[in-house]
Design a protein around this ligand. Structure first.
Ligand SMILES: [Zn+2]
Ligand SMILES: [Zn+2]
Ligand SMILES: [Zn+2]
Ligand SMILES: [Zn+2]
Ligand SMILES: [Zn+2]
Ligand SMILES: [Zn+2]
Ligand SMILES: [Zn+2]
Length: 1763
């Protein structure tokens, strides 16, 4: 306890010393001394340990105060040479504020980047600058900052346009760049320099200090005690839980403290966990080390002397101080930069800045953050020193990166993270490349860290350990740096830049050489594969480099000389890779159709093949550039074109493409041997998937294709095709003399046949691509945007797509742009979304003709979807079904010869063969896709010829003569049919129905080309139009045919529809949500039309009282959804039940601050008007036999038990809690409500008036009182029996009579079931069917549910009756009838007891002690409860008193009470209101004044005086309406009376109809005035309740009527406003820390710190996150939140249920952005927000969660309770 003592003593001991201290004197002394350095150090040595670290509990406030007084103040005095408050102000006056904003981002703060003007995506603005910039009108991107980094406003290099916001716009008058130091005196500069040098040196000394028990020279404390800290450091190896557990053991702290320690360690990087003498701390250290060393390396712990810690604390403070002081003046900032970068005595790289950087990885997180911040506000804000700093940074680059790779902190805590601030500045990047050779440095550092090579020097990632994988991940940040350096292309090149870039390229090629051919695969023929191939590392490398490779090419494209040199270097590298390529292999000779070629012997299916060929692909890219930039034509002499060996160029890319084809053909799949085998195959499959995938294809598949095109364009097409055939291992098929005689006749192995067919299809596809893919600028003569247009068209040919889907399907460049926005409107039109779904782009119809079925980026699945969609479109338009190839742009000259592939002999031979096979389909195994491809190729040939003919000038002969070639007979075997003849033959083949349209199209083309050729010379145009006419005739005929077919199709469809409706019932089960709505509407309309058909049209309908209309006697028959049997609803028959869900609710709460009640002792009899907690009952409306349901539920239970035993799978429902899913619609339910018959109307004879009834009622109550007293054990606070009216024994009231329950046993059982469930859920207690509160809870739930439905109807602008879905009608009827019957299942005396107390609230009863005052009673609840409880009293009445009469009396009484309640709470008159309604309601106004004045006589001045009745009557009339409507719903459902048609619409005159239906006078005041004498005493009684006066005088919580419906909170229109709000939100528990997952409660607007240890609390003995905890306080277990960082709505229910829901924020494309990944600006969609609000108001949130969890099982596994 020594620590605690010193804690108390020290300040007082030092007090005098501190008080006598003068900063000014100290500074003056310093000005005199010669060795200032020594003097200041002495000062620090003396004071720092006296201020800092005096005890275990640091008290930063007092420390900071003292530090300011004793340490900073003298420094400031010295610095200014006068009082710092004036000195600093002077400095500030001369300050030239930086034009850079430099605002450093908090974690989670919104940042903005302009997609049009930003130099690269790392250029961002803070919210303030953004709002004041031109970019807010541009296309911008919004993201949330990960912390660190600063606003680039004012940096002219960061923005192509609008670099300044309004605030940072430079002032033109003083824009001259003068030296900031010019304003300072030389004295001042010198002093400043001195102070900064000493303070910075001190801070660097201390932060990089690594001794635990010693201090640097000059800082040794005058007296040192035995006080130590046990300091725990952060690492990324140990989990939070491990640390917490260890700390609890080691330092004996509570879990809470341990959590707080762990949180601080995680945040600051270190935290002292114990303070005391050395031994005490050592002991803790050893426990921690011992406890954590078992699994991994131990946690880092140091025992440090308190003076060391103290100086380190002050060192941080000193850095803060420096940052603060330089904020006053740019001159001071510049001096600090100078001090920091000044070379130290050790020479090169020894400045203080260097020292800090080089020690970065040794420092703790907190220290790093502080000095990084200082760098940002000093070095990076001064343009001159930014450059010098960048040079130092580059010089140290290799060392820093190596340190970082070894370190285990995230990159954001490393100094290397500052690279982005310098490398992205184009001028700096270029300077660093030329002067510091940065490009080479980065690549070399990168290569140095990848040490795993095979014998050929290629990377090898096999046997790759987790540790290496970790390192590999960190090394990847170097690629990021390289990307920054390359991101802006140079506009002009210096020789030096050329030299250094090419040097960098050399290093880059070295890297590529290590990748070329890495990770090769070999097809396994045996059964055994030793180990799983490790492919991810290699592929990650490829993927990460993709953009770099593209950027390198873009750099080359800006300078001819660089391009030529790069091309040469790349070719040399490729040649190097290929050395030894043909060694020792005899070439083989291939010959076909009279051509022959030599090639190497190689089989993809037998030898090694690699998918990684970066050198070849880079060369392909450069080759295209030669063509695009026309270098190839202008400087052919400088190019090594003669060195190119086309067969060598194509060899590896071709192998790679063949590998893909073989995998598709299933050749690499080993039939079901080991798991490893299968995994090997799926790994290969994945690689091929990525090879084609949009993320990689640009630098993989696309470039391989280009390389084939480049190679083929330099070869004889016949040779090229033979080599292709050979690599596809198909050569033997086509080369045989009789290949036309189906090749497969002899081959009986079905698998092999199938494989060959697929390979052939793939090969034909490849030929199409080589000839047809001309949209890369340089390959074909196209513009830059043609390529992207074509991509979009082909995506939209599959189906209309949302913006995000399109973005995903298109390759992004390094700026994350696809270029789509520029062209999308030319090819697509946008359709806006509705309340669900998203906005979609649809293809413009005129673009459909550009559709190419064999588009090279289609996957097979895409292709078939697109084919289907396009055929469907054609059918709809009544066009023929052919999908011919589209017109293509011409090739660039370098690639022009590729078209000859189409008319070469080898291809024609192949085409002929396939057609021949198709003619004789029985003969062999050909495939339709094969034929389809052949037809497509023929179509391409014809189109090419047509194009060339059209474009040729008259005298120029077109050498491309495809029509001639296909008309010639086949060559081998001699004189077989020509291709054309075969086609004509196939035209009528019955088995080729699908291809007929295409063949017809081809033949028409041939005809038209022939005519064209014949008339080439002169009448070309005439022919064209002539052939056109011919086409039309054919068309008409076709149309008629098509019409007939369409009619047939329609008939067929109708037949199918009929069958469909048969199946629908089954279908509904599976698609319930879709159907729910429409079915309900259907039911609702039929049931209303039945019920409300004018039964008694002349007599007005009345729902309550002796005059109430009789319900039509109709037998109610329902069908059980489980056994399908019908059953009549009767009291004595089998029970039928409705699936129901009971939940606690605060949806209507007017007081969310009311603390939850103690469930065991809470008395729920009276509901407070604030409705703070209620119990809601809902139902999906599905009816079952009770016994069927029981059997079903038992089965569910049993299944659940089995499931839990086997594997711990969670379900969306909690069987243990009585939950189940409705067997029909899978709606979440937790109980069932029995269906009961309606009450029969009594034959009303003469009924007593109010006066008489009050008397009867009074007597009955007295009788019950005395009867109940008898039942009570004697002595229990029995009311004194003073009066002798022992048992007045009113005749006709048989108090001893016990009525028989009219219900069958199963109904009785269900009465208990539902009652108990409502009780259990509503009070959150254990079920107890005996508890007297059971019936109260049921009545309450009935009233609450009615109120909630009444509100919903108002909110949705729906009429009171006829608009509810039948499930709600059924639910309300059952609830009301249940309520009136539930007393039969409870003890009669207790129900009567409730009745007595309820009545006593209206009619004061001296025997009831505590009745609430009428201001504290919700009147609808009272009405429902009193009416429903009356049954228990009535059962003993034999006087003929009708229930109806009693209901009416109660209703009138409560209505009067409600009016009084409103008059008491009606606020002061609003003067602005327009008065005088014109006398129509004069009578009401006078009456209400009279009533009000009566109340004033009782209450006096507590009630304000009111001048006119108009205001009062307004208040009462609007206030009472919800109550009247609720009462109408209640009596309608209880008594089953039909409803008046006027209430089925929202027409005027509702008031009168409603009053009539409720048997009320439309002037409600008559209720009072007609019975004044009887009511006067009651009125007096209500007013004299002490609670009334008290509440009125205190002006206490008065709920005013009508109660407004609750809404979800208002949200801002712009989502970034929310992000901003959340970014300044700090965790309420960890002292000003930023919250990681700020989450907004949409119900009450609280911001919470979710998903974090710091804010976990305990709830019923379990740890829960802030959201779950809040849910119980705010929403009675149900919560609706917005996760601000994620832009995601969160629904929670209880502790275990939850789901995510689409947020109400949409971008301009009508899409949400869950996770904020795309960054498009988001705006509130009110419609969607209303939809969420409706779910909430309807109490459907839990149901929604249930459906979501059923649909997506992964949601069930989420740990919702910790959110
Ligand atoms: Zn800014
Ligand atoms: Zn700005
Ligand atoms: Zn802009
Ligand atoms: Zn049944
Ligand atoms: Zn259901
Ligand atoms: Zn809330
Ligand atoms: Zn927190």
């Amino acid at each position: 306890m020594a620590a605690a003592e010193s804690d108390r003593e020290v300040p007082s001991a030092l007090c005098t010393e501190f008080l006598n201290f003068s900063a000014k004197d100290t500074a003056l002394k310093w000005l005199q001394v010669t060795d200032l350095y020594k003097e200041v150090y002495q000062h620090l040595a003396r004071y720092v340990p006296k201020i800092y670290c005096l005890g275990p509990n640091l008290n930063p406030q007092s420390e900071d105060l003292l530090a300011q007084l004793l340490l900073q103040a003298p420094l400031e005095w010295y610095l200014c040479g006068e009082d710092p408050s004036t000195g600093l102000a002077k400095l500030e006056q001369n300050n030239q504020p930086s034009q850079l904003c430099g605002h450093v981002f908090r974690v989670g703060e919104p940042t903005y980047s302009c997609r049009e003007c930003a130099a690269d995506p790392t250029c961002v603005l803070c919210m303030q600058c953004f709002l004041g910039s031109v970019h807010k009108e541009h296309r911008y991107r919004m993201t949330t900052s990960g912390g660190g980094g600063f606003c680039d406003c004012g940096d002219t290099e960061a923005w192509k346009k609008g670099p300044y916001c309004q605030k940072h716009e430079p002032n033109i008058s003083d824009s001259c760049q003068e030296d900031p130091l010019a304003h300072l005196s030389t004295d001042m500069i010198a002093r400043c320099y001195n102070v900064f040098a000493i303070v910075l040196k001190y801070a660097v000394d201390m932060l990089t200090w690594d001794k635990e028990d010693e201090l640097p020279p000059g800082l040794e404390p005058p007296d040192r005690g035995d006080t130590y800290y046990c300091m725990l450091f952060n690492d990324e190896v140990h989990t939070y839980e491990q640390v917490i557990y260890t700390l609890q053991k080691a330092v004996n702290c509570t879990q809470k403290e341990a959590v707080s320690f762990a949180t601080t360690v995680d945040r600051d990087g270190r935290k002292s966990v114990r303070f005391g003498d050395f031994a005490f701390c050592e002991q803790a250290k050893s426990v921690i080390v011992r406890n954590t060393s078992r699994q991994s390396k131990p946690l880092r712990v140091q025992v440090m002397h308190s003076s060391v810690v103290a100086h380190q604390c002050f060192a941080l403070k000193a850095l803060h101080w420096l940052g603060h002081v330089i904020g006053y003046s740019d001159a001071l900032r510049r001096i600090l930069c100078q001090v920091g970068l000044e070379r130290g005595p050790e020479g090169e790289n020894s400045s203080l800045v260097d020292t800090l950087m080089l020690c970065d990885s040794k420092m703790w997180k907190g220290a790093r953050n502080v000095y990084h911040q200082l760098f940002m506000s000093s070095l990076l804000m001064d343009l001159k020193y930014k450059k010098l700093f960048a040079i130092q940074f580059a010089k140290n680059y290799e060392r820093l990166q190596s340190d970082y790779v070894k370190d285990d902190h995230d990159r954001e805590f490393s100094v290397t993270d500052l690279s982005v601030q310098m490398f992205t500045v184009p001028s700096l990047a270029r300077m660093l490349i030329t002067e510091e050779n940065l490009m080479t440095t980065i690549i070399r550092t990168f290569v140095d860290h990848l040490r795993h090579r095979d014998l050929q020097g290629r990377f090898q990632f096999e046997r790759y350990t987790a540790q290496q994988a970790f390192k590999f991940r960190r090394v990847q940040s170097l690629i990021g740096d390289l990307k920054y350096v390359l991101i802006s292309r140079p506009t002009e090149w210096s020789d030096q830049l050329r030299e250094k870039f090419l040097e960098g390229l050399d290093t880059f090629l070295e890297l590529f050489k290590c990748m070329q051919g890495m990770d090769p695969v070999v097809r396994q023929v045996g059964q055994h594969i030793e180990m799983e191939p490790e492919w991810e590392a290699a592929f990650t490398l490829q993927m990460k480099l993709t953009h770099i490779i593209s950027m390198m090419q873009e750099w080359c494209a800006t300078d001819e000389r660089v391009l030529i040199e790069a091309y040469k270097k790349c070719l040399t590298a490729l040649t190097h890779c290929h050395s030894g390529f043909t060694d020792g292999e005899q070439p083989i000779t291939l010959s076909m159709c009279g051509h022959s070629v030599d090639t190497i012997r190689y089989c993809v299916s037998q030898e090694k093949v690699s998918i990684h060929l970066p050198v070849s692909r880079l060369l392909a890219g450069l080759h295209v550039l030669l063509s695009k930039m026309e270098v190839a034509y202008r400087f052919p002499e400088q190019l090594p074109l003669s060195e190119l060996s086309p067969p060598m160029l194509i060899e590896h890319p071709l192998r790679c493409l063949v590998l893909c084809a073989q995998v598709h053909a299933g050749m690499w799949r080993r039939n079901g041997f080991s798991l490893v085998n299968q995994r090997a195959h799926s790994v290969l499959w994945l690689q091929i998937y990525y090879y084609h995938n949009v993320k990689c294809r640009v630098e993989m598949f696309d470039k391989d294709l280009i390389m084939l095109q480049a190679g083929a364009s330099m070869m004889d097409p016949n040779h090229f095709l033979m080599i292709v055939l050979s690599r596809f291992e198909l050569y033997h098929i086509f080369s045989s003399a009789d290949c036309r005689k189906s090749y497969n006749r002899e081959n009986t192995n079905k698998d092999v046949v199938q494989q060959n067919n697929t390979l052939m299809e793939e090969m034909l596809h490849l030929i199409m691509m080589v000839v047809g893919e001309r949209f890369e600028a340089g390959v074909g003569q196209v513009e830059g945007c043609d390529e992207i247009k074509r991509e979009i068209i082909h995506q939209l040919c599959i189906r209309p797509m949302a913006h995000s889907e399109l973005v995903k399907a298109l390759p992004e460049n390094e700026n994350k742009e696809t270029g789509m926005e520029r062209v999308i409107d030319c090819v697509a039109s946008f359709k806006k979304p509705g309340v669900t779904g998203r906005g979609l782009y649809e293809l413009r119809p005129e673009c459909a003709k550009q559709f190419n079925l064999y588009f090279h980026h289609y996957s097979r699945a895409d292709q078939s979807k697109a084919e289907e969609a396009q055929r469907k479109l054609k059918r709809q338009n009544g066009e023929d079904m052919a999908l011919p190839p589209p017109m293509l742009p011409p090739f660039s000259p370098l690639f022009a010869s590729l078209v000859n592939i189409l008319q070469c002999d080898v291809l024609l031979g192949m085409l002929g063969a396939v057609l021949q096979w198709a003619v004789e389909p029985s003969g062999g195994h050909w495939s339709e896709s094969m034929l389809q491809r052949v037809l497509h190729l023929i179509g391409m040939g014809l189109l090419e010829e047509q194009q060339q003919l059209k474009n040729s000038s008259e005298d120029h002969d077109v050498s491309f003569n495809f029509t001639l070639k296909i008309s010639r007979p086949g060559e081998a075997p001699s004189n077989t049919a020509s291709v054309l003849a075969l086609l004509e033959n196939l035209q009528n083949a019955p088995h080729l129905e699908v291809h007929k349209d295409m063949i017809r199209w081809i033949l028409k083309m041939v005809a038209s080309i022939k005519t064209m050729r014949e008339l080439t010379a002169s009448t070309y145009t005439v022919t064209a139009s002539g052939s056109h006419g011919q086409e039309e005739m054919v068309c008409d005929k076709d149309k008629a045919e098509r019409k007939r077919k369409a009619e047939m199709a329609r008939l067929r469809r109708e037949k199918i529809m009929a069958q469909m409706s048969e199946m629908q019932r089954h279908f509904i089960n599976e698609n319930k949500e879709l159907f729910q709505q429409s079915l309900e509407e259907l039911y609702a309309s039929t049931s209303t039309s039945l019920e409300h058909s004018p039964t008694s049209s002349d007599a007005a309908l009345v729902c309550v009282g002796p005059r109430r209309s009789r319900p039509r006697e109709k037998r109610q028959v329902v069908t059980c959804i489980l056994c399908q049997e019908e059953q009549e609803i009767r009291a004595d028959s089998k029970a039928m039940v409705l699936a129901a869900f009971v939940q606690r609710s605060t949806v209507m709460s007017k007081n969310r601050k009311r603390p939850p009640h103690d469930p065991e002792h809470y008395d729920p009899l009276f509901m407070h008007p604030d409705l703070s907690f209620g119990t809601h009952t809902g139902s999906c409306g599905h009816i079952m036999h009770s016994h069927c349901w029981q059997r079903y539920f038992e089965a569910v239970q049993a299944k659940e038990q089995r499931r839990q035993q086997r594997l711990r799978v969670h379900t969306s429902y909690d069987v243990g809690n009585g939950e189940f899913l409705c067997p029909l619609c899978e709606c979440l339910s937790n109980t069932v409500i029995p269906l009961l018959p309606g009450t029969k109307g009594s034959n009303s004879c003469e009924q007593p008036g109010l006066g008489q009834w009050l008397k009867i009622s009074g007597q009955q109550i007295k009788a019950m009182h005395s009867a109940h007293r008898k039942l009570q054990p004697v002595g229990v606070d029995a009311v004194e029996e003073t009066v002798e009216e022992q048992c007045p024994a009113t005749e006709n009231f048989r108090i001893d009579y016990t009525p028989m329950s009219p219900y069958s046993s199963t109904i009785k059982e269900m009465l208990t079931t539902f009652g108990t469930a409502t009780y259990k859920v509503g009070l959150k207690v254990h079920p107890n069917e005996q508890d007297p509160r059971v019936p109260i809870m049921c009545w309450g739930s009935c009233a609450y549910t009615i109120q909630s439905i009444e509100r919903l109807l108002v909110d949705e602008d729906k009429p009171l009756f006829g608009s509810l879905p039948c499930r709600q009608d059924d639910c309300l009827s059952s609830l009301a009838r249940f309520g009136s019957a539930c007393w039969t299942a409870a003890s009669q005396p207790s129900v009567q007891g409730h009745y007595i107390r309820l009545v006593a609230a209206l009619i004061p009863d001296p025997q009831v002690e505590t009745s609430p005052c009428i201001l504290d009673i919700d009147m609808l609840h009272l009405l429902v409860s009193v009416v429903l409880s009356y049954g228990s009293v009535h059962s003993q009445d034999s006087s003929g008193l009708s229930v109806d009469a009693v209901q009416l009396h109660f209703f009138h009484l409560i209505t009067v009470a409600h009016m009084v309640q409103m008059l008491l709470t009606s606020g002061p008159e609003e003067v602005t209101m327009e008065q005088e309604s014109g006398g129509a309601e004069r009578e009401e106004e006078e009456d209400i004044c009279a009533l009000y004045n009566t109340l004033r006589t009782h209450l006096g001045s507590s009630l304000p005086e009111v001048a006119s009745g108009w205001h009062l009557w307004r208040c009462v009339k609007t206030g009472i309406l919800p109550y009247l409507r609720g009462a109408a719903l209640f009596f309608h459902h209880l008594n089953g009376v039909p409803t008046p048609p006027e209430l089925h619409a929202l027409c005027p005159g509702q008031w009168e109809v409603l009053c009539g239906y409720l048997s009320l006078p439309s002037n409600l005041l008559q209720l009072y005035h007609s019975q004044k004498e009887l009511l006067e005493p009651l009125l007096y009684g209500w007013c004299s309740h002490p609670g009334v006066r008290q509440t009125l005088q205190e002006g206490g919580v008065l709920v005013s009527f009508p109660r407004e419906s609750n809404s979800l909170i208002d949200l801002p229109d712009d989502y970034s406003a929310l992000i901003n709000q959340a970014s300044s939100f700090t965790c309420p528990k960890s002292g000003g820390d930023k919250s990681r997952a700020p989450t907004l409660c949409l119900v009450c607007g609280s911001m919470l710190c979710s998903q974090s240890y710091c804010c976990q609390t305990e709830l019923d003995g379990e740890d829960v996150g802030a959201c779950t905890a809040h849910t119980f306080a705010c929403g009675a277990g149900v919560g609706i939140f917005l996760r601000v960082r994620e832009s995601q709505v969160l629904f929670l229910s209880g502790k275990t249920k939850g789901c995510f829901y689409a947020p109400p924020y949409l971008d301009d494309y009508g899409e949400t952005d869950q996770g904020l990944r795309r960054g498009n600006p988001l705006h509130l969609c009110r419609q969607r927000y209303r939809k969420i609000q409706k779910l909430w108001r309807q109490h459907s949130v839990t149901e929604e969660i249930g459906h979501a969890q059923e649909a997506n099982q992964t949601l069930v596994g989420i740990d919702w309770q910790h959110l």
